[in-house]
Design a protein around this ligand. Structure first.
Ligand code: SAM
Length: 257
C-alpha cells in the first residue's frame, strides 16, 4: 500500500488503516499533514448537519444565556459555528487550514476579509457584514488569550481527540488559558480501539480527560452513546462510543490570610 503525505510517497503496507482511508501513520500529524488532507478533500469528519450533542447540551454550555463568546476548537468548517451564530452568540473558530476557513465563509455566503496575524504564522478571517464570526487560521498551540481573548463557552468536537496523544497536556493548558472564570467547556470524545484503527480520533476515556484537565477544571461526564456507523465498521473496529464531558474552571478560593 502506498500513501502520499506532504508530497512524499510513503510505503507503509503494515500500518493501520486511518480515517483518510490509507495506511499512513497519522499518530503525530503536523499542521502541514492536516493541510495536505484538506487539499485532497479528505474531510469526511465534516458533518452535513449540526452536531446532535451540541444541540442536546446547548443549555449546559450556555446556561441559557445569549450573546456568549463561544470558542470552537479545531473548528474545521463545522456547521456548528453557523448554528451557534444563529443562536445569538459570538463565534470564534480556529483551524490550521486556510481551506477550512475559506470554505466556511464561502459555503455560507458570508462576506469576509483576511488579515495576517502579527507575531505568529496565521491569518484572521473576519465577517464584514456585521455577523460576529471570526476564524483564526493558525496552529492552536500558537494561539493564546492575548490574541483572541477569553471565552464564556468552548465547544470541542474532534479537537482534543485529533491532536497527537502526547500533546494532550499542552492542549489542555492552551484551552485553560482561553477560559473565563465561569467558562463551560463541552468536550466530545471517543472510546476507540487504536490497536486496530490508526485514527484520528484517538481513544480518550474519562481518566485520560481527568489526567489532563483536573489541574484546572472539574470534569463531569454528561452523556454517552453508541456512535458506531458504516464508516467506523469500515475501519475494522467493533465498537465506537461517544462520551461528552462538561468541564468548568475550579473556583479560585481567595484567602486573606
Ligand atoms: C477531526 S477534524 C474536526 C473538525 C471540526 N471540529 C468538525 O467537527 O468538523 C480536526 C481539525 O483540526 C485541525 N487541526 C489539526 N491540528 C491542528 C492544530 N495544531 N492547530 C489548528 N488546527 C488543527 C484540522 O485541520 C482539522 O480541520
Amino acid at each position: 500500500m502506498t500513501a502520499q503525505q506532504n508530497g512524499q510517497i510513503i510505503m507503509n503496507g503494515k500500518g493501520k488503516l486511518n480515517q483518510f482511508g490509507d495506511y499512513t501513520d497519522v499518530a503525530n500529524m503536523s499542521v502541514d499533514d492536516w493541510n495536505y488532507r484538506w487539499s485532497l478533500d479528505q474531510t469526511k469528519f465534516h458533518m452535513p448537519k449540526v452536531h446532535p450533542m451540541l444541540q442536546k447540551h446547548i443549555q449546559k454550555l450556555t446556561v441559557g444565556k445569549t450573546k456568549q463568546r463561544v470558542f470552537v476548537a479545531l473548528s474545521g468548517k463545522t456547521l456548528d459555528m453557523k448554528w451557534l451564530l444563529e443562536q445569538g452568540h459570538e463565534v470564534v473558530g480556529n483551524d490550521c487550514a486556510d481551506l477550512a476557513c475559506k470554505q466556511f465563509f464561502e459555503e455560507h455566503k458570508i462576506p469576509y476579509k483576511t488579515e495576517k496575524l502579527s507575531g505568529i504564522d496565521g491569518t484572521v478571517y473576519k465577517a464584514t457584514d456585521g455577523q460576529l464570526i471570526t476564524l483564526y487560521r493558525c496552529d492552536c498551540f500558537e494561539l493564546s488569550s492575548k490574541i483572541i481573548g477569553k471565552f464564556d463557552c468552548i465547544w470541542d468536537r474532534g479537537g482534543f481527540v485529533a491532536i497527537p496523544v502526547k500533546e494532550r497536556k499542552r492542549y489542555a493548558a492552551s484551552i485553560q488559558d482561553l477560559m473565563k472564570q465561569d467558562c463551560r467547556y463541552l468536550l466530545d470524545c471517543f472510546l476507540v480501539d487504536n490497536e486496530i484503527f490508526g485514527g484520528p480520533p484517538f481513544n480518550c476515556n474519562e481518566e485520560n480527560v481527568k489526567e489532563c484537565f483536573t489541574k484546572y477544571c472539574t470534569v463531569k461526564k454528561i452523556d454517552t452513546r453508541d456512535a458506531f456507523t458504516k464508516w467506523q465498521e469500515s475501519w475494522g473496529i467493533k465498537s465506537f462510543i461517544e462520551d461528552v464531558y462538561l468541564l468548568q474552571p475550579k473556583v479560585q478560593i481567595q484567602s486573606n490570610r
